[in-house]
Design a binder for this molecule. Structure first.
Ligand code: BTN
Length: 255
């Protein structure tokens, strides 16, 4: 069992620029495991410099503060950890969500949530900030027009209205359960296995977009360091989380 309790301290804010930014500003005063949750973010941040737009009072927007020793190689695995915890939680609510690399939460072709992991390093430790955005009671008409055909919420999937406080409480339990598990000897390995089980595009053809262009390949899962393993033209390469992948409908000769 880990000594650390995620959510041992919870700071609730009505309005903030971004809960990740708030955690960064308050780092010296926040213990490991602290959570900052807000009803509304005025400058919510997404991965790759995008904006995270959420509807005040209809979703979950929170950040968890953790830290690891400066030489810890587990940091990339923190990209996978919250996604698995969220899917565990959603499956307990009978929502069979899946994960798109590295940590988007998907169901029925729609993105329900996303995670932004940021780090702040010192000479002795790496502070890890796990920022979670999940659309809970958002109606499709609440999303900006360009997102309406690709975004979704728990309500848009199940037709049910959820109590956001109850979902948040449940979410914290799943975060703690998984965090305890990954502290055990085989914990990170079981996390990787679970991530692969939940992956939307495991063993499927994908396009990888990077600065130097687009590569096609088969997504074969994540390795023990939390990197994606892609098979392309008989060779294998790994991807860090900053690479963007998209699914291909064809199953042609790219492997
Ligand atoms: C993504 O899918 O691009 C990641 C979205 C992450 C959004 C959450 S909401 C809480 C936390 N604060 C932020 O500014 N971003 C993350």
């Amino acid at each position: 069992m880990s000594e650390l309790i995620i959510g041992s301290r919870i700071i609730r804010l009505e309005r903030v620029d971004s809960t990740n930014n708030y955690v960064k500003r308050m780092l010296p005063t926040l213990p490991d495991g602290a959570i900052v949750i807000a009803d509304e973010q005025t400058h919510g941040k997404g991965r790759g410099g995008h904006e995270w737009i959420s509807c005040p009072g209809k979703g979950l927007t929170f950040s968890v503060r953790l830290s690891v020793p400066a030489d810890d190689r587990a940091v990339p695995l923190f990209n996978l950890f919250p996604a698995v915890a969220i899917v565990n939680c959603l499956r307990s609510l009978k929502i069979a969500a899946q994960i798109k690399w590295p940590n988007d939460i998907f169901m029925n072709g729609r993105k329900l949530g996303g995670i932004l992991v940021e780090t702040v390093s010192t000479s002795v430790k790496i502070n890890v900030i796990l920022g979670v955005g999940l659309n809970v009671n958002t109606e499709l008409s609440d999303f900006p027009v360009p997102l309406r055909h690709i975004a979704g919420s728990l309500k848009s999937i199940s037709g049910q209205e959820y109590n956001i406080k109850v979902i948040f409480k449940k979410m914290i339990q799943f975060f703690n359960q998984l965090y305890d598990k990954v502290q055990t000897e085989n914990g990170w390995r079981s996390l990787r296995q679970k991530w692969n089980d939940y992956c939307l595009h495991i063993n499927r053809p994908i396009n990888v977009s990077q600065k130097n262009g687009v590569t096609t390949g088969i997504f074969t899962g994540v390795d023990e360091y939390g990197f994606a393993v892609i098979k392309s033209k008989g060779q294998q390469f790994t991807l860090r989380d900053c690479a963007h992948i998209s699914l291909r409908e064809d199953y042609d000769t790219c492997n």
